[in-house]
Design a protein around this ligand. Structure first.
Ligand code: PEP
Ligand code: MN
Length: 336
């Protein structure tokens, strides 16, 4: 059960609601976000919600039986659009393209990628400054100095920054330089990190865990939402299966299933999803037809020299082609 409270509810009214729900054996947890105040009820008994719904201080009430609630489409039927400011929106009718290197490597690479984005009307640039690498001896990112350098150039060009935060202690130092905090596939169930990102007034993009189910991704989103932050994107980036001809298996099924279960925007990452440069394009286009609200993919001025994930990274010519085809595909889908 979700009860949305009126902003000016009195403490007495709130207490009475909690007591009444208790009579029906529902335990209520208070959730305050940047947008609204809610009481989330968990319990099993059946009762007529009108018994609570009439009480003063309630603006909306709904039974949501799933264990994720606020992110559920049963609660919010209308699709969410995330507003990043300066005319950049994601979700509902707004299709987002995010591109850039796997890792931020230096000023020249930043400059060239920003030029590529600007030339193609791309407002969101991705790049890692803290890199989760399977081997500790691989390049692990430029860290906060790389982020600050990137920010200077991006801000001047009106481009937003999408980058991964790996641990709680990085949130504060990164905060002012980031537009979208990415939670990587290895951290999808780092609940401490998710709790802390609930306190931040920035968009959070949560990637699906390497072996994570769709429901587990939604629970992770519920952590951020119930922690106070409603600005969430979900990202299908491929899962580990028995198949080893590809790096991961981009689960296209997850896209329509997520769109049905949640009001949050869904982004596809075909680069990590398939891991093979020449197959990124068809998977990006297929993701759009499957209903994705955006695509994030890796591009680089010289992919063969990239510090990480070069094998799945497009050069700028390929990227430009893909951008055109994605826009055409989105147009086509919108006409259905
Ligand atoms: C990335 O975006 O470069 C990345 C490391 O992604 P993932 O967490 O999906 O592996
Ligand atoms: Mn990568």
């Amino acid at each position: 059960m979700i009860i949305q409270l009126e902003k000016e509810i009195t403490p007495k009214s709130k207490e009475e609601i909690i007591k009444k729900a208790g009579d029906f054996k529902y335990k209520l947890t208070e959730v305050k976000t940047q947008v609204g105040d809610y009481l989330i009820g968990t319990g099993k008994s059946e009762f007529d919600i009108r018994e609570i719904g009439f009480m003063p201080g309630i603006s909306d009430i709904h039974i949501v039986s799933d264990n994720y609630k606020l992110v559920s489409r049963k609660w919010k039927v209308k699709l969410t659009a995330i507003d990043l400011g300066d005319g950049v929106l994601i979700g509902d009718d707004h299709f987002a393209i995010m591109t850039g290197p796997c890792s931020i490597e230096g000023e020249e690479q930043i400059r060239q990628t920003i030029d590529h984005c600007a030339k193609n009307g791309i407002r969101l640039m991705r790049g890692g400054v803290y890199k989760p690498r399977s081997s500790p001896y691989s390049f692990r990112g430029m860290g906060i100095d790389g982020l600050k350098l990137w920010y200077e150039h991006a801000k001047a060009a009106g481009i937003k920054i999408v980058t991964e935060v790996m641990q709680v202690s990085q949130i504060e130092e990164m905060h002012d330089y980031v537009d979208i905090f990415q939670v990587g596939a290895r951290n999808t169930q780092n609940f401490n990190l998710l709790d802390e990102l609930g306190k931040v007034d920035k968009t959070v993009m949560i990637k699906r865990g390497i072996s994570g189910t769709i429901d587990e991704l939604l629970y992770s989103a519920e952590y951020v939402f119930s922690g106070g932050n409603e600005k969430i994107l979900l990202c299908e980036r491929g899962i580990r299966t028995f198949e080893n001809a590809t790096r991961n298996t981009l689960d296209l099924n997850a896209i329509p299933v997520l769109k049905d279960k949640t009001h949050l925007p869904v982004i596809a990452d075909p680069s990590h999803g398939i891991g093979i440069r020449k197959h990124v394009e068809p998977m990006a286009l297929a993701s759009i037809m499957a209903g994705a609200d955006g695509v994030i993919y890796e591009s680089h001025c010289t992919p063969e020299e990239a510090y990480s994930d070069g094998q799945q990274t497009l050069d700028f010519k390929e990227s430009e082609e893909l951008i055109k085809k994605m826009r055409m595909t989105y147009e086509l889908r919108s006409g259905f």
